[in-house]
Design a protein around this ligand. Structure first.
Ligand SMILES: [Zn+2]
Length: 203
């Protein structure tokens, strides 16, 4: 995303502290990197339900639903198949863009750390913090069965993915029976606990 504007060839610049530096000519420009917050969760975890409450609770951040890029990516990709690594990479670019305005990005999307670590855009965000929205398997099955017919329902695949996230993501917020406002409150406390300990982003 950062190409050197001094070199005659399109050289990709590399992050160094609060700068990007051209490895060829040494030209540098400011480019801030901030932590990214990913609220992950298998389908049926309650991400969509929590979203508006999280938006309301974190006005200082940019809060996105990862699904919002699916439609454009279906149109952009061959045969209408979503290129999922490219979609995840696009969100890293969005987060890097938000960081230039000093804003943290909170992304609700069923992503894993391994998926993000392998992407070219990973270098453009600082630490990635994960929290998982989780619920009991029977609650998840009931939620997925209650969805409109046009939505896919590979129920047992989502249950297995939920088990993987439960085993690998330390910070968990349950959505079994509490209202979504309560789940959002806990996520707000998680985000602010990290951003405040790091100090406010410089203006
Ligand atoms: Zn250069």
């Amino acid at each position: 995303m950062h190409y050197c504007q001094r070199c005659d060839e399109p050289i990709v610049m590399m992050p160094r502290g609060e700068l990007v530096v051209c490895p060829d000519c040494g030209h540098s420009e400011p480019a801030r990197r901030l932590p990214l917050f990913v609220v992950t969760g298998a389908s049926g975890s309650g991400k969509t339900t929590v979203l508006p409450h999280l938006v309301q609770g974190l006005p200082e951040c940019l809060v996105f639903d990862g699904d919002w890029l699916i439609g454009p990516f279906e149109r952009a990709c061959e045969f209408g198949e979503v290129d999922w690594p490219a979609l995840r990479d696009a969100w890293l670019s969005v987060a890097h863009g938000a960081a230039q305005s000093g804003r943290h990005t909170v992304l609700l999307a069923p992503f894993t750390r391994e998926q993000l670590d392998e992407l070219a855009g990973r270098r453009w965000v600082a630490e990635v913090h994960f929290a998982v929205l989780d619920c009991a398997d029977d609650v998840r099955r009931a939620r997925l069965e209650a969805r409109p017919r046009w939505r896919e329902r590979a129920v047992e695949r989502h249950v297995a993915f939920a088990a993987h996230l439960r085993a690998t993501v330390e910070t968990a917020v349950r959505t079994d029976d509490g209202p979504p406002e309560e789940s959002a409150r806990r996520l707000v406390a998680w985000v602010r606990g990290i951003t405040r300990s790091a100090g406010p982003p410089a203006a």
